[in-house]
Design a protein around this ligand. Structure first.
Ligand code: RIB
Ligand code: CA
Length: 310
């Protein structure tokens, strides 16, 4: 079976960390690189977090640091959820793994331009790196097989009533990507809020009894606690891994081909993803938007990935 080549652009972040763990180990995926962006925490911290996850599980994948702030607006972080380090909870061994020298934006351009057009770009943080790469070298657009992203919502946001974090954190970058013509699949809050990592899920994964399941449990220990403090939920929505689960088994999501836009003009609704789920506007569909998730299948996929680690 041909492996699907992917580049994972992320802002670790507890759920990003689980996405890295899954993408690195599943036999159907060829994780070419992890590129890092500022988002949940500063670029310095998200870079360290990505390196720590890769080092802890012997994930032999290059890590590239990218943009430390959004294209235009001021930087925002999500320390209330992910903590001062951006990955509060786990205790890692002293970090020896190093970042690649090349900037992530340049890496995206070089890797995509050298490819046969068979690379899927997965973004699970603000889209700054990808947006900048598209602006610097528009030819990469024709070289991207698909962009699968965690972000947005056709219902309510999680930063404002209108907007979800990854999009509002750099709505201008999202606008560049959304209007590029690249094939887009959106895993928004509408479905990620249906995969809440309840204590019984953490117990189920911890029982696997390997270093990946231990790391998962340590990550979720903090992530779920902060989600309860902020949102009052018993379990934290495991947002980012929905993108990887979809690539592993597309049947885990139900998607609808619709026209979607990001609002970069208004004030109260800045950063909202306006997905025309009923086709009112009669505009050309430009993205596949997830409208449902098979939660049982999702957790089975997560569990199967964690079990693949020694
Ligand atoms: O809104 C959820 C998204 O924002 C997730 O990707 C989380 O990691 C944060 O980046
Ligand atoms: Ca993220």
């Amino acid at each position: 079976m041909d492996k699907r080549k992917i580049i994972l652009d992320c802002d670790p972040g507890h759920d990003d960390a689980v996405a890295i763990m899954m993408a690195a180990v599943h036999p159907s995926l060829d994780l070419r690189a992890v590129t890092v962006v500022a988002g949940n925490q500063t670029l310095e911290k998200t870079s360290i977090n990505a390196l720590n996850v890769c080092q802890a599980l012997d994930i032999d994948v290059p890590v590239y640091a990218g943009c430390g702030r959004p294209m235009i607006r001021e930087k925002m972080t999500a320390a209330d959820i992910h903590g001062a380090t951006g990955l509060d909870g786990p205790v890692f061994a002293p970090l020896t793994r190093k970042l690649e020298e090349k900037h992530a934006v340049q890496f995206l351009i070089d890797e995509l331009m050298a490819s046969d057009g068979d690379i899927t770009v997965v973004t699970t943080g603000p889209m700054t790196n990808l947006g900048m790469a598209m602006r610097m070298e528009p030819k990469i657009i024709g070289k991207i097989k698909e962009v699968v992203f965690m972000g947005g919502a056709y219902t309510n946001g999680n930063v404002t009533p209108a907007a979800e974090f990854n999009i509002i954190a750099d709505a201008d970058a999202a606008y560049v990507v959304f209007t590029s013509g690249v094939k887009l699949t959106m895993c928004g809050l509408d479905i990620t809020r249906k995969v809440l990592c309840y204590p019984q899920i953490v117990e189920r994964m911890e029982k696997i009894g390997n270093r990946a399941s231990k790391l998962f449990a340590d990550l979720m220990g903090h992530f779920c606690k902060s989600q309860k403090e902020v949102f009052g939920w018993e379990g934290g929505p495991l947002h980012d891994p929905t993108t990887i689960a979809y690539l592993i088994d597309p049947s885990v999501l139900t998607v609808k081909h619709v026209h979607g836009e990001v609002d970069i003009r208004s004030t109260e609704s800045y950063g909202r993803t306006n997905c025309d789920m009923f086709g009112y506007q009669k505009k050309e569909p430009n993205m596949y938007v997830a409208e449902n998730v098979d939660a049982e299948k999702f957790w089975d996929i997560v569990e199967s990935c964690l079990k693949m680690y020694s």
